[in-house]
Design a protein around this ligand. Structure first.
Ligand code: PMP
Length: 385
C-alpha cells in the first residue's frame, strides 16, 4: 500500500494542534457534512515504518537487486523522457511480460499501479451500488476495502477452524448472494493456504459473474492457473511484481479474455503506469533469472522458518505456499504480547490477533534472509521461554 495514503504532509490543512488554523471547528463541520460517513468512520490502511530493524510485515523480498541490474536500470531511467505522458502503446513491455510470465497469447492484459489498483478497477467496472463482492474470509483485506470504497457490498465466507476453504459454504453463499465478483487469493493471504484446484474450479463453475484468481504469491507456490486461462472464460488472473522483489515499482497485471479486459480498461485512469516504472520493469525483466533465484531462496527460507516456528512451545505454524508463515501463539504470552515483544526488539511482523476471530493470537511473518529468519526465531524462543 502507498504510504502517502496515511501520512499527510504538514501544510495549510495540517491537523497538528499548533498548525491548525482558527477555522478548525468550521472546517470539521464542513468535512462532516461533505465526506462520506463510512469513510470518516474508517482508519486508513496502516503502513508502519521500520527504518531500523528487521521488516517482516509486508511480504517484501528482502534481497536488493544486484549492482549490474541496478546499473542497467539507472541507464534506462536516464534515457526516459519525463516531459511526455506515458505512451498509449506499451507493446514492448507487454511482450516482455508475456514472455517472462508465460501469459497465453489469447489473453488480454491490463496494467495497474499495483494490483490493488486493479482490484478497484474490477469492482468499479462490475458493481453497481449494492452489488455483492464475495471472498473466502479472512483473506486480503483490500478485497473488502475496495468493495466498500466502490459502494459494493462485501460478503466474506468464513474459512474452517483450521483455516481451510469451506467449499460447501462458498457454494451456498454464491447461490444466495449471486456475487458480481468473487476474489480468490491463491495462495491466500494471510493464512498461506493454496485452495485445491477442484474447489477453485467448482467456484468458477458456480459463480454467476467474474472470478478473480489473485496469484500475488504465485512465485512461491509453484502453481498457477495462467495456462488454463483460455479455457476459463469466467475467470481472470491477477498478479503483482511486488512480492518478487519489486514492491517499490507499484505494478500489477490482469490477464483474461480480451472481452473482460476491454471493459475493465474503460475505468482505468489514463496514464496510470508512469514512465519510470515502465522503463525499470522492462529492464528488470531482461534479468528475470535474478528474480527467480531470489524466489527460490525465499521458498527454502520458508521451510526453515516454518519448521523453526512449529518447534516453539504452544505455536501452530500453518502450511504456507506464500513467502510468509502464519503462526498462532496459543499459550502465554499470546499474539498481542508476542507482537509487542518483537517490536521492542525492532522486529516488525503483522499482528492479526484482533483482526478476525479465526485469527486470534495469529502473527504473519514474512520470510526474510536466512539471518533475519534466525533472528526472529531466536527472539521468539527468548520471548516464549
Ligand atoms: N493481492 C494479494 C493477495 C495481496 O496479498 C496483495 C498485497 N499484500 C496484493 C494483491 C496487492 O499487491 P500490490 O498492490 O503490491 O500489487
Amino acid at each position: 500500500m502507498n504510504g502517502a495514503r496515511t501520512a499527510a504532509a504538514p501544510g495549510p490543512g495540517a491537523r497538528d494542534a499548533g498548525l491548525r488554523p482558527a477555522t478548525g471547528d468550521a472546517l470539521d463541520k464542513r468535512i462532516a457534512a461533505t465526506v462520506r460517513p463510512d469513510i470518516r468512520a474508517m482508519t486508513a490502511y496502516p503502513v508502519p515504518s521500520a527504518s531500523q530493524g528487521i521488516k517482516l510485515d509486508a511480504m517484501e523480498c528482502p534481497y536488493p537487486l544486484p549492482d549490474a541490474v541496478r546499473d542497467d536500470i539507472a541507464r534506462a531511467l536516464r534515457d526516459t523522457a519525463l516531459n511526455r505522458y506515458p505512451a498509449a502503446d506499451n507493446g514492448e513491455l507487454t511482450l516482455a511480460l508475456r514472455q517472462a510470465f508465460d501469459i497465453p497469447a489469447q489473453s488480454g492484459l491490463l496494467f495497474g499501479n499495483g494490483s490493488d489498483e486493479l482490484i478497484h478497477l474490477i469492482v468499479q467496472s462490475c458493481c453497481q451500488p449494492g452489488d455483492t463482492v464475495l471472498s473466502p474470509w479472512p483473506s486480503f483485506v483490500y478485497f473488502d476495502m475496495a468493495a466498500r470504497f466502490d459502494h459494493a457490498r462485501f460478503v466474506g465466507v468464513p474459512l474452517t477452524a483450521d483455516l481451510q476453504l469451506d467449499l460447501p459454504a462458498m457454494l451456498r453463499a454464491i447461490d444466495q448472494h449471486r456475487p458480481k465478483v468473487v476474489f480468490l487469493a491463491l495462495p491466500n493471504n494471510p493464512t498461506g493456504g493454496l485452495w485445491p484446484d477442484a474447489a477453485v474450479q467448482a467456484i468458477v463453475d458456480a459463480a454467476p459473474g467474474l472470478v478473480v484468481l489473485d496469484e500475488a504469491y504465485q512465485a512461491f507456490a509453484g502453481h498457477t492457473w495462467m495456462p488454463r486461462l483460455p479455457h476459463l472464460p469466467q475467470a481472470v488472473v491477477l498478479r503483482t511484481v511486488s512480492k518478487i522483489g519489486l514492491a517499490g515499482l507499484r505494478f500489477g497485471y490482469l490477464a483474461g479474455d480480451p472481452a473482460w479486459i476491454s471493459q475493465i480498461d474503460k475505468v482505468r485512469p489514463p496514464y496510470n503506469i508512469n514512465v519510470l516504472t515502465q522503463a525499470a520493469l522492462r529492464t528488470v525483466l531482461r534479468h528475470k533469472a535474478v528474480l527467480d533465484e531470489q524466489a527460490a531462496h525465499l521458498r527454502a527460507g520458508r521451510a526453515a522458518l516454518a519448521s523453526g516456528l512449529a518447534a516453539l512451545p504452544n505455536v501452530t505454524a500453518y502450511p504456507s505456499a506464500g513467502n510468509f508463515v502464519l503462526a498462532r501463539f496459543s499459550g502465554k504470552p499470546g499474539g498481542n504480547a508476542v507482537h509487542l515483544a518483537l517490536k521492542t526488539r525492532k522486529i516488525l511482523v503483522k499482528n492479526f490477533s484482533d483482526a478476525h476471530p479465526l485469527l486470534a493470537d495469529c502473527l504473519r511473518i514474512s520470510v526474510g534472509t536466512p539471518d533475519e529468519n534466525r533472528a526472529v526465531l531466536d527472539a521468539l524462543q527468548d520471548i516464549l521461554s
